[in-house]
Design a protein around this ligand. Structure first.
Ligand code: PGA
Length: 255
């Protein structure tokens, strides 16, 4: 049985003060929740580099996994402005988003760059969340499956062991637009991703890999999305910035 995962992507938002406020409110709500029920859904927050330490400090009980939104593939060197996986590991980071569509779009990241980063994460024991998804134009041309297959094949190129990999299906047209894939559309893409992982790896690997949905996920749609067999959780942008919304998503996550 795959454990549910609710992940937040703060993108380029929040100050240190706002981070402290978020955590104190969110953790307070989780403490109430845990009086009646076990915390059986994992939570992760991917925050800007400047907030990593503040987030780690706020999260003293370590229940919430704190991650970065990117890493550099090399472990050190003359790469001005970059941060390596072992630098992140050094301060206690255990997860990273890799290949988010905004990085593919604005930083020209391609599948080859992404596969190097995934390999680095796995070597450094940082859980990579590999983001894949089609644009509206590609969906309209019926190319969704082809795009997903290429992103998975090339993004996981030559990586023999994908232990701990998480995949996030994020249709680009649904990110930050208020448009959400219908549960059927999302489930069929997730099933396709799982079957592709089965072709690339073994069925037990594919069965244990968690696949998250991302793209305008919010309190009002998380339940119908997460009740599908192959949707193991969400990668939430906008709605993860507000502790009330993010907590209500945790409560409504189908289990
Ligand atoms: P959104 O972003 O929830 O604001 O659509 C999701 C993401 O980009 O990870």
């Amino acid at each position: 049985m795959r454990k549910g995962l609710l992940a937040g992507n703060w993108k380029m938002h929040k100050s240190k003060k706002e981070t402290k406020e978020f955590f104190s409110s969110f953790i307070n709500k989780l403490d109430q929740f845990k009086k009646d029920r076990p915390l059986d859904i994992e939570i992760a927050l991917f925050v800007p580099y400047t907030l990593l330490e503040a987030a780690l400090n706020q999260n003293a009980g370590n229940f919430i996994k704190i991650g970065s939104q990117n890493i550099h593939a090399e472990s050190k060197g003359a790469y001005t402005g970059e941060i390596s996986a072992n630098m992140l590991k050094d301060i206690g980071i255990t997860a990273a988003l890799i290949g988010h569509s905004e990085r593919r779009q604005y930083n020209n990241e391609n599948n080859q760059d992404i596969s190097k980063k995934i390999e680095t994460c796995l070597r450094e024991n940082i859980t990579p969340i590999l983001c894949v998804g089609e644009t509206l134009e590609q969906r309209d041309r019926n190319q969704t499956e082809e795009v997903l297959k290429t992103q998975l094949q090339e993004g996981l190129n030559s990586i023999s062991d994908i232990k701990d990999l998480v995949v996030a299906y994020e249709p680009v047209w649904a990110i930050g637009t208020g448009k959400t894939a219908t549960p059927d559309m999302a489930e069929s893409a997730h099933l396709y991703i799982r079957n592709t992982l089965m072709e690339l790896y073994r069925s037990d690997v594919s069965e244990k890999t968690r696949i998250l949905y991302g793209g305008s996920m919010k309190p009002s749609n998380i339940k119908e999305l997460t009740q599908n067999k192959n949707i193991d959780g969400g990668l939430v942008g906008g709605a993860s910035l507000d502790p009330d919304d993010f907590y209500s998503m945790y409560e409504r996550f189908h289990r």
